[in-house]
Design a binder for this molecule. Structure first.
Ligand code: ADP
Length: 528
């Protein structure tokens, strides 16, 4: 196993002995077999010496143990990479950015500390997975729903800290958190917001507390180890239903997205929605042949109309009383009706209380469970089909307007062609965050070293090309964090310099997650 920079094997062995006295013999992992479990199964460096490999892992059982581990790390200069459940596949898994970093695995801290049905919030520890939490809510007959990402196997805290997303009103998981407990890089314990006042009952109710609001600086950062976090939940709803809105012509996209913006920003639609093209994504042989022959839009639209497929469409979900959902849907249809030939279809209607075991993801609605806050792994059925060993997401985020979306499609289509990548026929846009679309490009990882090297070079180039047009990524894997941060260059990288100032003040020994989000401690800056 690689050792931490500037730590020899003697010092490392001494540190491990000390570490075992803190957490117990069996919770320090240094054998190759054990450490393998913390490598990124989707690493873009498969079989290459550059792969980011931890020196080991340690799994504390309590906040006090986390504090002691962090203090030890300072004394012995052992960098730590905190993970909650380490299932962030596609964005780096459990592996650190810097080889020789020790994974701080928080999965043993897995208590649901509080669920409040009246104010609809929960307080959890890092090891609580979405499946655990879902079971906890059901087993205890709580009248609140969680929001979960696809796939739902990670943790509430890990997913939120990496700005992960789901489907309901509370789909923006970081935005939906309220109150944190953090072990700072010095080992000191801090609570944010109202948690700073002992016994304040609003730690999970009022985000800001008093004075500067600091919780946000612990998202996608290396400023602290989060040991507790509060989340806002959705009270059980009477009804959840989904509908699909489709427009016939490519040129309808402008009116379609403008109307969606109006409805979303007015709060009339408050679910995730994905811009898709039924025509461009169709498996129909006639349409595929037309696409392969670069048929003009008019021809595609004619074929689409014959098969009742829209050029553009989206599924939306409504949560609430049946009458309110029906009224909202009426209004959505009225606004959309200004687009000639717009058409609609209805998804399933779920009425509560119901036995949620009967809910299944459908081939045409892979997120049926997710839409109800039920964790699912159905999303893996998509990845299984493309013959790769895994994938990394390239995820630029753009304004949710037709002008910008068309421009992005064109720019990335051209980039794919210039880079010799397979033709980019289409890429959908996810609107989790209001006003935006996240474009998700699935970059396949294989066990072919030359192929992975090309993929990495292509990824880096795509980051630059995006930045030339003013687009950044909402999240990325450690292999590309420096590249993404490099593009945020306003005023000679004032933002990165600010991060570095905070990093140096909080973590002078640079022990916490060196290189996370392109933020390096002073002694490694420009060297790693
Ligand atoms: P999940 O539990 O959803 O699989 P991960 O454990 O893979 O999420 O973590 C996702 C990202 O968030 C990683 O970059 C990780 O370093 C960071 N992270 C996870 N948990 C914590 C934590 N408790 N404190 C600080 N950073 C964390």
């Amino acid at each position: 196993m690689p050792l931490p920079p500037d730590v020899d094997s003697k010092r490392f062995a001494a540190a491990m002995r000390e570490l075992r006295t803190i957490v117990g013999e069996q919770w320090v992992f240094t054998s190759e077999e054990d450490v393998d479990l913390y490598r990124d199964a989707y690493t873009p460096f498969f079989g290459e010496p550059e792969e980011y490999i931890p020196c080991g892992a340690v799994a504390p059982a309590s906040v006090e143990q986390v504090q002691e581990v962090v203090r030890l790390a300072n004394r012995h200069h052992i960098p730590l990479w905190p993970i909650s459940t380490g299932r962030n596949l596609g964005y780096g898994g459990a592996a650190p950015r810097l080889s020789g970093t020790m994974v701080l695995d928080l999965k043993r801290m897995n208590r649901v500390l509080e669920v409040n049905d009246t104010l609809a919030y929960a307080l959890v520890e890092p090891g609580v997975s979405y499946f655990d939490f879902y079971r906890h809510l059901r087993d205890n007959n709580h009248k609140v729903w969680m929001d979960c990402p696809d796939p739902g196997w990670g943790s509430l805290i890990g997913n939120a800290l990496d700005h992960g997303l789901g489907h309901t009103v509370y789909r923006d998981h970081f935005d939906s958190h309220c109150g944190m407990e953090v072990v700072l890089p010095s080992g000191e314990l801090m609570r944010t917001g109202m948690g700073a006042m002992p016994n304040n009952p609003l730690w999970q109710g009022f985000k800001y507390g008093f004075g500067p609001h600091v919780s946000p600086i612990f998202g996608q950062s290396n400023f602290g180890v989060v040991t507790k976090m509060g989340f806002w939940l959705l009270p059980e709803q009477d009804e959840v239903r989904s509908h699909i809105i489709s427009v016939r012509r490519n040129t309808d996209l402008e009116a379609f997205l403008d109307t969606m913006s109006y409805l979303v920003n007015s709060g009339l639609i408050d679910s995730s929605w994905q811009l898709v093209s039924a025509i461009r994504g169709s498996s129909d042989s006639e349409i595929r042949a037309a696409l392969a022959a670069h048929a003009p839009d008019a021809e595609l639209e004619r074929l689409g109309a014959a098969k009742n497929l829209g050029y553009w469409s989206t599924r939306i979900r409504f949560y609430g009383p049946s009458a309110v959902n029906a009224a909202r849907w009426d209004y959505v249809r009225k606004r959309m009706a200004t687009i000639p030939d717009v058409f609609f279809s209805d998804g399933k209607v779920y009425t509560f209380p119901m036995d949620t075991d009967s809910v299944q993801d459908e081939p045409d609605d892979l997120f049926a469970k997710g839409g109800l806050g039920i964790p699912s792994l159905a999303i893996f059925s998509l990845g299984a089909r493309n013959g790769s060993q895994g994938h990394i997401f390239f995820s630029p985020i753009i304004p949710a307007t037709a002008r910008e979306y068309r421009k992005a499609l064109e720019v990335f289509r051209q980039a794919y062609a210039d880079l010799g990548l397979p033709p980019l026929n289409f890429v959908g846009g996810w609107s989790w965050y209001r006003r935006t679309l996240v474009l998700l490009f699935n970059m396949p990882i294989t066990h072919d070293i030359a192929g992975n090297q090309r993929m990495r070079a292509n990824y880096k180039r795509l980051v630059q090309i995006g930045a030339e047009h003013g687009w950044s990524e909402y999240r990325t894997a450690p292999a590309f964090m420096d590249d993404v941060m490099e593009q945020l260059s306003f005023n000679n990288h004032a933002l990165r310099r600010f991060h570095e100032t905070v990093k140096d003040a909080l973590d002078p020994n640079g022990i916490l997650a060196p290189g996370k989000s392109g933020i390096w401690p002073k002694h490694l800056r420009g060297k790693a």
